[in-house]
Every structure is written in structure tokens, then in C-alpha cells.
Ligand binder design. Structure first.
Ligand SMILES: Cc1cc2nc3c(=O)[nH]c(=O)nc-3n(C[C@H](O)[C@H](O)[C@H](O)COP(=O)(O)OP(=O)(O)OC[C@H]3O[C@@H](n4cnc5c(N)ncnc54)[C@H](O)[C@@H]3O)c2cc1C
Length: 371
């Protein structure tokens, strides 16, 4: 592709791969990552990949909800571009609460209507039985259930693999197992220093010490620990992700294909990278068993911990410093927000494109930036 912008993307986790697929349609893209092609150590590899803008709004801001809704509209066409199918399901989410936690569910409903300006439905037990017959038959029946019909989920590992395959088929140059630093907007690796028309820093928490300051003293990146269990439960049939509204164990159970379930996730303010603790495993598994007794005989396929990259306000940011773009702070919403964030980055690089919704809210320029 002669005379097309030459772009380096540093970090091939979630947003790096998504951007590479979006940009490589008409530009030369080179991808770098310190990890293998599976991205086994990225936050992206661990995630449950729920696409739940309203369910997440219990603890996240209006802008995250709005961008999440934008992304929900973009996911289907994006997945169609990929060279391998990815499990994607838009069957809604259910939020369950035990009798003693009913007040929390009511508050959450008020937040959805009042602050987010959206709607939801309270399900009767008959309606729950139609949507999730096995939940309605549990000894501990849920009398308080909230239904968010538009929410979705996908299979994160299938997505990562399909993005990689698409990039491979397009002959995008990919340097795996290559640790990179970015100095003076150049890519420095293996004793080399290379210049590109644009450098996009998608290193997640790996960029912690190299985030540019748009305002002095702002924008500290931190890691927020999360632990997740993957189960094989042939005795459980759920048709959509289910969340438990609980003051201490706010878990979700996301059913993937072939009776595989992702149960998560703890959220702990620490950058501790040890394996999951006994306390967290007990919390996740007992809460999951309390929702559906069929999990008693489930096989534990995996239990892992990881760190989510987050800024102080838990909102993502795209920072622009000349020809360096830093995309970070996706926190617990990377899958929820990735298509909308990628759309904004593409519009930044190609100034002939119309500005997508919420562009001004997400993008920050450094003080010395010149277009
Ligand atoms: C437990 C858990 C559950 C989650 N569940 C959900 C969910 O249900 N829904 C949702 O929307 N989001 C979820 N997330 C959040 C989501 O996974 C993250 O927001 C997303 O992965 C962040 O994407 P990223 O590309 O910025 O970072 P990452 O996915 O971590 O990718 C960063 C990449 O940069 C590479 N890198 C780092 N430093 C360097 C370097 N110096 N040189 C070269 N490469 C480097 C890394 O190897 C990695 O591949 C979850 C996260 C966790 C931890």
C-alpha cells in the first residue's frame, strides 16, 4: 500500500487487535506485543466479555453506558468482517436479588431510570420460568428479577483468535514476544528504534509509567484485580448472563457454548498478581451454587486472576500527543466499549471521516499537541 500512513500498534491485547483490524483495511499496520499470539497474559484473555451497558451502570458512569450502547450497535457488523465465526449472543441479562437484598435492586432500577434515562422490566415468576426455566425451579426461587433485554455477550478467546487470524490473512506484520518502549513517539525494541506516521499505545497496564500527561499530575493508571472461574456444567442450562445483586458477592454467570460458564468477577483495589485466593474462590463458587444447584457437579476448568487497567474515574481515555495516541483505562469495560473506542481512533487518524458520537468526551490532546 504505497503512500498510505504507516501505523505502529504497541500491544495486541483487546484494543490493539481491534484497532489493527479496523485500520489494516486501508493502511499499513505493524503490531508489537510482549506476549504470544494468543495474548495469554492480557486482561483480554481473562475477561468474561459481557456486553452489558445497563447492568454495568450500577457502578459506572453515564458515558460508559452511552458508549456501551454505541458499541452494541457496532459489534455485529464488526464480527462479520472477521475470518472466523465468534460466539455472540444478544439475549439480554437478568439481575437477581434475594429477599434481603431487594432494596438494592430497587435502588438499581431507580438509577437506570433516573440517572441513565433507560428502562427495564421487573419479571414475574411466570415470566422468569419462560426465560430461564431452570432458575424458576431452584429451591430458592427468586422473587425479584430485573430484565435488561438488549444486553449481549461474546466469547473472548474466540474473538482474540479470530482477530489474529484476520490480521494474519491480511499479512499484517506482527512481532510477538517483543517488549517495546515508546520514546519520543518512536518504537524502541530489540536495540532498534523505528519511526512511524502514527504510534498507537495499547499496552494496557504495561503503559503504566509512560502515560502522557494532558494536565500535570492527572491520569494515573492503576491495576484493579479480578478473579474468574471457568466451569463445565452439563447439568446447567442458562440462556443468557445472570447477575446476582448482592452486597458482598455481586457475581455474574455467563453461559458460553457447550455448557461452559464464566463466573466472575472479584474487584479488588490492589495490583497483587498472585493466583486467586481461597476467599475469592469460595465467594465466587458459593454464590454461583446458591443461584443454581446444578453447579455442584460442575468441573472447574480454570481459575485465574488478572489486572484491569483503570484511570482514577474508571473511564477510558484516548490521549493524543502529536503522532502518538494512547488508548487506555478500559477497566472492566474493554469488550463493552472496544468498537466505539476503535471507531473514535480511526476518525482521529482519518480527519476526513465524520466525528462519531461522544468524540469530544473521550479524546484529550496534550497542551503541546498540534494537529
Ligand atoms: C477478571 C476480568 C473480567 C473482565 N470481564 C469483562 C467483561 O465481562 N466485559 C468487558 O467489557 N470487559 C471485561 N474485562 C475488561 C477487559 O478485559 C479489559 O478492559 C481489556 O482487556 C483492556 O484491553 P487492553 O487492550 O487495554 O489491555 P490488555 O487486554 O491487557 O492488552 C494489553 C496488551 O499489551 C501488551 N503489552 C503490555 N506491555 C507491553 C510492552 N511493553 N511491549 C509490548 N506489549 C506490551 C500485553 O502483552 C497485552 O497483550 C474484564 C477484565 C478482567 C481482568
Amino acid at each position: 500500500m504505497p503512500n498510505t500512513p504507516n501505523i505502529a500498534i504497541v500491544g495486541a491485547g483487546l484494543i490493539g487487535r481491534m484497532l489493527a483490524v479496523n485500520l489494516s483495511e486501508s493502511r499499513q499496520v505493524t503490531l508489537f506485543d510482549k506476549d504470544d499470539r494468543q495474548g495469554s497474559r492480557s486482561a483480554a484473555h481473562l475477561a468474561a466479555a459481557m456486553l452489558a451497558p445497563l447492568a454495568e451502570s450500577a457502578d459506572s458512569s453515564r458515558i460508559v453506558m452511552q458508549m456501551g450502547q454505541r458499541s452494541l450497535a457496532l459489534w455485529p457488523s464488526l464480527l462479520k468482517k472477521l475470518h472466523q465465526p465468534v460466539f455472540f449472543q444478544q439475549n439480554g441479562s437478568l439481575i437477581l436479588a434475594y429477599e434481603q437484598d431487594h432494596g438494592n435492586l430497587v435502588d438499581f432500577g431507580h438509577r437506570i431510570k433516573g440517572e441513565m434515562g433507560k428502562d427495564y422490566t421487573n419479571l414475574t415468576s411466570g415470566q422468569l420460568a419462560e426465560l430461564e426455566p431452570e432458575l424458576a425451579r431452584q429451591p430458592h426461587t427468586f422473587k425479584h428479577v430485573l430484565w435488561l433485554p438488549e444486553e449481549a455477550q461474546l466469547d473472548n478467546r474466540e474473538l482474540l483468535e479470530s482477530l489474529a487470524k484476520t490480521l494474519e490473512d491480511r499479512n499484517v506484520v506482527w512481532h510477538p514476544n517483543t517488549e517495546v518502549s515508546i520514546e519520543n513517539r518512536q518504537v524502541v525494541f530489540d536495540g532498534q528504534r523505528r519511526s512511524f506516521d502514527w504510534v498507537i499505545d495499547c499496552r494496557g497496564l504495561g503503559a503504566k509509567n509512560q502515560i502522557v500527561q494532558t494536565k500535570p499530575g492527572k491520569h494515573k493508571l492503576r491495576g484493579v484485580r479480578g478473579e474468574v472461574v471457568r466451569l463445565y456444567a452439563p447439568e446447567v442450562n442458562l440462556n443468557r448472563p445472570v447477575r446476582l445483586m448482592h452486597p458482598r458477592y455481586p457475581i455474574y454467570i455467563a453461559p458460553k457454548t457447550n455448557h461452559r460458564f464464566v463466573v466472575g468477577a472479584t474487584q479488588i483495589e490492589t495490583e497483587d498478581q498472585r493466583q486467586p485466593t481461597v476467599r475469592s474462590a469460595l465467594e465466587l463458587l458459593s454464590a454461583c451454587f446458591s443461584v443454581h444447584k446444578g453447579f455442584a457437579e460442575a468441573e472447574i476448568l480454570e481459575i485465574k486472576s488478572g489486572l484491569r487497567p483503570a484511570f482514577e474515574n474508571n473511564e477510558p481515555k484516548i490521549r493524543v500527543d502529536g503522532t502518538l495516541i494512547q488508548v487506555n483505562g478500559l477497566f472492566r469495560h474493554g469488550y463493552l466499549l472496544a468498537p466505539a473506542i476503535a471507531e473514535q481512533c480511526v476518525a482521529l487518524i482519518d480527519s476526513t471521516l465524520p466525528k462519531p458520537p461522544l468524540f469530544e468526551l473521550l479524546i484529550e490532546f496534550t497542551e503541546n499537541h498540534h494537529d
